[in-house]
Design a binder for this molecule. Structure first.
Ligand code: RFL
Ligand code: PHB
Length: 390
């Protein structure tokens, strides 16, 4: 039998960041992770961090490598057909975003937890959260067939979209909102220099494409694909050929291709659960909500949840004040719905839908031309992209 103050289910970025922040304030945590550390670090996901995320990493004492190795991006390029234009975030908002991969964020957090002697259990099975509606919740699970039990004050459900935390909230309390898009993103990582200094979001008649990067010799490219496609259907040559059909001619001329070192397909989905708190259980990150990746908001909304929960738990432990944890669900959801709207809008703006009519295409083009020509529209886009205030 073990005891901790905050039991954290899930050792992805949400769970690790919460654990690291609480530990620095002397609040004890145990993290339970279903997979191994190498498995978690092998997942190639988000690349763009908002300033709020960057500041939270620094507050957690894990900002040093990020500050040294990340790349600041003051704007982005949007293309459609043969047209392209830039939106400068810095001019409109005074801030920028940072390119630093989720893999690096997670690695820095694992390193910090390990050097602080933090408790992380890997390969956990059959995790069950008990008595979340009482003052004495506990978690049971097993590792290699060996049953374990943790008593705690609170449970943070940071176990992603397929985790068990969300489903612990009974059906009659939980409300779910969902939109599934009729396409996916095929992504590759290649050890080639990025095609441009900025990201390029491309709407083309052949579908969406995105040119992104991790560093000076590591590029990340995505193309919209069919939901019935599998990674085996796409050779590297086929990927590069399709990407070239979708990005501006000037980019095609500069594009350096090479073998992929990772290739994966992600379906696109919008999803929100309400409420995000049930008794002493708090949902954070992908466990509570999913956005399509077009607005680069997935990891960033996870960070804002952690910010609200961390502040609330600190108030509770330091001042016996429950107002922060009581407001958690409402505060987190207020920000999330705006990120959901932005991600949905960016997705609609840039993708080809199987059932799109000529009228729909005209609407999309008008939306793009308005954005290209209108400073206020660009300002709205920039404010959302760099991240709304916490
Ligand atoms: P994670 O990263 O999914 O971590 C959850 C962790 O919980 C573990 N787990 C359990 N542990 C114990 N017991 C259980 N029963 C458990 N069930 C699950 C899992 O093994 C995992 O380690 O959620 P977290 O921490 O909330 O972080 C959220 C971000 O990872 C996510 O928002 C972004 O990566 C979303 N996302 C992207 N966001 C972007 O901004 N840009 C992207 O390009 C981008 N690409 C992606 C993505 C998400 C993807 N998923 C979820 C399939 C690509 C993919 C493929
Ligand atoms: C990425 O670099 O993986 C990335 C960047 C921007 C997005 C989505 C993914 O909108």
């Amino acid at each position: 039998m073990m005891r901790t103050q905050v039991a954290i289910v899930g050792g992805g970025p949400s769970g690790l960041l919460l654990s690291q922040l609480l530990d620095r304030q002397g609040i004890d945590t145990i993290v339970l992770e279903r997979k191994t550390k190498d498995y978690v670090l092998g997942r190639i996901r988000a690349g763009i961090l908002e300033v709020g995320f960057v500041e939270l990493m620094r507050e957690a004492g894990v900002g040093a490598r990020m500050d040294a190795e990340s790349y600041i991006h003051d704007g982005t390029i949007i293309s459609y057909g043969d047209e392209q234009f830039g939106i400068n975030f810095k001019d409109h908002t005074g801030t920028s975003v940072v390119v630093y991969g989720q893999t690096e964020v997670t690695r820095d957090l694992y390193d910090a937890r390990e050097s602080a002697g933090g408790k992380i259990e890997f390969n956990t099975e059959n995790v069950v959260i008990h008595d979340a509606k009482t003052d004495a919740p506990f978690i049971t699970y097993s590792v290699g067939g060996d049953p374990r039990h943790i008593d705690c004050d609170f449970v943070a459900g940071c176990d992603g979209f397929h985790g068990i935390s969300r489903k612990t909230i009974p059906d009659h309390v939980r409300r779910e909102y969902e939109k599934v898009y009729p396409f996916g993103w095929l992504g590759i990582l290649s050890e080639t220099p990025p095609v441009d200094d900025e990201l390029i979001y491309a709407n083309s008649e052949h579908g969406f494409a995105l040119c992104s990067m991790r560093n000076a010799n590591l590029s990340r490219y995505y193309i919209q694909c069919s939901l019935s496609d599998s990674v085996e259907d796409w050779t590297d040559d086929a990927f590069w050929a399709e990407l070239k059909r979708r990005i501006p001619k000037s980019a095609v001329e500069k594009l350096v291709t090479g073998p992929s070192i990772e290739k994966s397909i992600a379906p696109l989905r919008s999803f929100v659960t309400e409420p995000m708190r049930w008794g002493r259980l708090f949902l954070c990150g992908d466990a509570a909500h999913i956005v399509p990746p077009t607005g680069a908001k997935g990891l960033n909304t996870a960070a804002s949840d952690i910010h609200y929960l961390y502040r609330g738990l600190l108030q509770y432990y330091q001042d016996k004040d429950t107002s922060g944890i009581d407001a958690y669900s409402d505060r987190a959801l207020a920000r999330i719905w705006k990120a959901e709207r932005f991600s949905w809008w960016m997705t609609n703006l840039l993708h080809r839908y199987p059932d799109q009519t000529e009228f729909d295409l005209k609407m999309q083009r008008a939306d793009l031309e308005f954005l290209r020509s209108n400073k206020e529209a660009q300002s709205v886009m920039a404010q959302n992209y760099v991240g709304l205030p916490y």
